[in-house]
Structure formats: C-alpha cells, structure tokens
Ligand binder design. Structure first.
Ligand SMILES: *Cc1c(COP(=O)(O)O)cnc(C)c1O
Length: 494
C-alpha cells in the first residue's frame, strides 16, 4: 500500500514514510492510493475476530490493510500494547450504550484524557517510539493547544523513548481541570510552555518555528496534529467496532422500530448510521474511509455547533472558511473551528480523486476568495447520497436542553460536544437503521456548562480526584519565538 497527496504528488511513499510527516511537500494531505475492500465474507470474519479476540485484534486487522512496512508480529504487539482495558477503562475499549430505542452512544472517551483523541493518539505514541527506535532518530514534538489535543498528545508521548513534547498553551486560559491534566505530568520528556497571550499567539509561534527550516531540521521538530494519516486510520477501527456492537443479535432485538421484520439478514445487509460532532472533519473523515472500505453505513451525519462551516457545505455546496475573528467561542469549544483541516481529503474523493481540481480549490480559490462553490459542479449534487453525508447544527440552547433531557429520561450525563451530536442525530433518525452517536468527551471536562444545564457539576472519575492540587510543571514565557527556541535547544542533546 502506497500513499499519495490530494494535490497530485504521487511519489510512492509507504506508511512509515508519512507517519512522522505533516502535510505532503505540495501542501496536500496524504491518502492511500486505494481503499482496501471488505466484502460480506470478510466483514463476517472481522466480526468474529472482534467478538473472540477483542478490540486490539480488530485494530490489527484493519491497520495491517494499510501498513505494509511494519512486520505483522510487531504491528500486532503495538496494537495489543495500545488498546488495553487498563488504559481505556473497559474490556470493550469503546462500549456501546443504548439511549433510547435505536439510538446509541459509542463511548470513545474513557482513555487517559477523557476525550476521543486518546483513541488515535495512544496508538501514535507507540508507533512513533517504534519507528524512531528503528531509525535511531529522535523527535521533538512542538504543538499549540487550547485543551484536548495537547493533553491527549502528552499522555500518549509521556515516557516514550526518543520523543520530547513541547506544548504551548495560552497562560491562564484553559479550564483548571485541563491545566491540571497537563501540568501535573512529571515526566522528564514533557515540557509545558504557558505563553503570555492567546491561542493564536501559540499557533503563530509553532508556525514560526516550523518555518525556520534550519532549526526544524537541526532539532527534529515534528507535530501530531489532526491531519496525520495514522491518527485518522486509528479512528477507522472504532466505526467497525461500533457497527459490530449495534448489529449483534443481542442488540438488534432492542434497536426499536424495524420497517419489516427480517430476522435472517445476512452480513453486510445490516446498516447503521453514525452522527459525529465535528470541527476539523478528522473524526468523521475516518467514518468516510470506513464507508469507502465497504462498511455498511447508511449515513454519516456531520454535527456542528454555531461554527457551521461544514453544515453549510453539505446543505449548499458552498465551503466558506471563516476568519479567526469570526469564529465564535461556544460551549463546545473543541468544535470552534474556522477551517476544517481534514476536509480536503473528502473533497478529493468527491471530485473522483481529481488532484488538479482539488489543488485549484484549496491552493488557489480558497486563499484568493475565502470560499469555493461546488453547487453547480456536476459531481456535487447527489454527493450526499453517494457518500452518505448529511448534516445539522446545534446551539448553546440545544446543548443545554439535550443534556437536561438525557439526564432526566435516561440518567446519562453527556458532554457538550456529544450533546451537539445527539441533538442532530435525532433529526436524522430512520426506522430500522440504528443511529450511533460518537461520544467525543466526558462531561467533567466541560463542568461549567453541565452545571448550567443541570444545576450541579458532573461526576468526576475517581482517578481525577483532587488533580487540581497536584504540583504543576510548567514554564511561563512571553509570546516570543526566540525564547521558545532557546528552551527547545536547551532540552535537546545533539
Ligand atoms: C477534537 C474534538 C472534536 C472535533 O473532532 P474533529 O476530528 O476535529 O472533527 C469534537 N469533540 C471533542 C470533545 C474534541 O476534542
């Protein structure tokens, strides 16, 4: 299996060549040259593997379709080290919870930082350590975070050989819980840098350091952002695990209204839909990949908050990015994006993998005019049907109402992002097709809004009791690229 760029660079690259890279050299995103196809017999085999050997074995089966340059025994060991009940809290890794007949929550947020990003980032930590050891290289991961991504990266990379993490965050602007999660890590290879400024200042510093090519090469600077193909691939696995759970004979019995009773449906004929709370289009893009592989997904429903760039596209065919200043601060902050960094991958497929057309949209039209319009492109109408996409948006009031409703009727407390998903999912229910909402974080991460909705804070998992009181390990710097570079240089022995 080789990888190509959405903008046309077709230099053959293997998985490990792109593992440690961000964008392709031509500015595009990497995708596999083709999607391996899963037919009904293979789907039945994967179901049996999942049922008898669990999530790690399923992960190995899916990943090995895309990774030819890691020996099978090593890849299997990496999957088994990554997906353990110890790290992810349950033997299922991603338990499926029924909410009401035919509506389910897929629990992706039981990892170390209580958000779905752990599912991929934990794998990335083990893959990076493996590949760096094989090459005898080191890596300095430099990032900017306003919360979820930074903590997921730190918990994945802590204690890993050959890796250091330098994570910038806006000083005093993360929630006390998020600060405590990151700053309480005492591992020597984790460096928290609180920047006296806002999140954009942190991002500007990361960009400035990455643009200094001499510094970048000398100090082996890398990133772990959501465009990384390995992160996306890791997420494909839980769409299969969610499908198998929702269509198991045991669950089918309780999945509510069925248009016609059809007890003996064969493998591959049972379909499910997923609703995915979306910002950068990373999570739902993994669903698109699963569907392209042949997983029987009826619809992929993109749920946005008030920052509805993606909902606008799926409704109108117009993709209009927002300026940072026009991006609203909402109570589902991890979806407050102005530009969906993984979206180019889907558009490439939508346009029949036409790299020249993709490049024209993303490298020319978008920078020049701030939007592109596919509404009259013959390839757009019907795209929703062909690729299964639907969309909807949710507001602060919707979040509060949904959190309250599920708390009262199902005794389940969900986080604000997941609430956006549930709200939109309910608008897209179809009889006989189970709807699975991806749970992207646990409510404790966004306690203020939960308190606003319910009048009391959410339950806190025992392992996080009192973390705000632990000693903190953080360096405060002014928003100055030179100071950040000096800190990286001082910590790197070369
Ligand atoms: C990152 C994140 C999202 C958005 O995921 P994308 O892959 O960027 O679409 C949604 N909810 C939570 C809690 C997140 O941390």
């Amino acid at each position: 299996m080789h990888y190509l760029s959405t903008r046309g660079d077709a230099t053959p690259r293997a998985f490990c060549d792109i593992l440690l890279e961000g964008l392709a050299p031509d500015g595009g995103l990497y995708l596999p040259e083709r999607y391996p196809q899963i037919d009904a017999a293979e789907l039945a085999r994967l179901r049996a593997v999942h049922a008898s050997q669990g999530y790690a074995a399923l992960a190995f089966e899916i990943l090995s379709l895309y990774i030819a340059d890691i020996p099978a025994a090593d890849l299997r060991a990496i999957c088994e080290k990554t997906y353990t009940a110890d790290v992810f809290g349950t033997p299922e890794m991603v338990p499926l919870k029924p909410l009401e007949p035919g509506l389910f929550l897929l629990g992706l947020s039981n990892g170390p930082t209580l958000a779905f990003k752990d599912m991929a980032m934990q794998l990335l930590g083990h893959l990076f350590e493996y590949e760096l050891a094989r090459r005898g290289e080191q890596l300095n991961i430099l990032g900017a975070t306003s919360g979820d991504t930074g903590s997921a990266a730190e918990y994945a990379m802590r204690g890993k050989q050959g890796i250091r993490v330098f994570m910038t965050s806006p000083h005093g602007r993360m929630s006390p819980f998020q600060q405590a999660q990151m700053f309480s890590l005492q591992d020597e290879n984790i460096h928290n840098i609180a920047i006296e400024g806002v999140f954009d200042d942190c991002q500007d510093i990361v960009k400035a350091v990455s643009n200094d090519l001499a510094f970048k090469a000398r100090y082996k600077i890398g990133t772990v952002n959501s465009i990384n193909w390995a992160r996306l691939l890791a997420q494909v696995v839980y769409y299969f695990a969610g499908y198998f759970q929702a269509t198991s004979d045991r669950v089918q019995a309780t999945s509510g209204p069925s248009p016609q009773p059809s007890p003996q449906r064969g493998e591959g004929e049972k379909r499910v839909s997923f609703t995915v709370p979306s910002g950068n289009f990373g999570n739902v893009c993994a669903g698109h990949v699963a569907r392209m592989m042949g997983l029987p997904i009826a619809h992929l429903v993109v749920a946005t908050n008030e920052n509805d760039v993606l909902d606008e596209f799926f409704r109108t065919g117009i993709y209009r990015v927002r300026a940072a200043a026009d991006t609203l601060e909402t109570s589902s902050p991890s979806m407050d994006i102005s530009k969906a960094s993984n979206f180019e991958r889907f558009v490439f497929d939508l346009l029949g993998r036409d790299a020249a057309a993709t490049r024209a949209l993303f490298a020319e039209q978008l920078p020049r005019q701030g939007f592109f319009d596919l509404s009259r492109d013959t390839r757009f109408p019907g795209a929703a049907a062909r690729y299964g996409f639907q969309s909807g948006r949710s507001t602060h009031a919707d979040r509060l109402a949904t959190i309250r409703d599920l708390h009262q009727r199902c005794a389940v407390t969900i986080d604000t992002h997941t609430a956006d998903g549930v709200k939109v999912a309910r608008e897209h229910r179809e009889g006989g097709v189970p709807m699975i909402v991806l749970e992207t974080a646990l409510p404790i991460k966004f306690a203020d809004t939960i308190t606003e909705a319910l009048g009391h804070p959410p339950e806190r998992p025992a392992k996080f009791a009192g973390i705000e009181d632990l000693p903190k390990r953080v360096t405060v710097l002014s928003a100055d690229v030179a100071q950040v570079k000096a800190l990286i240089a001082a910590q790197t022995k070369i």
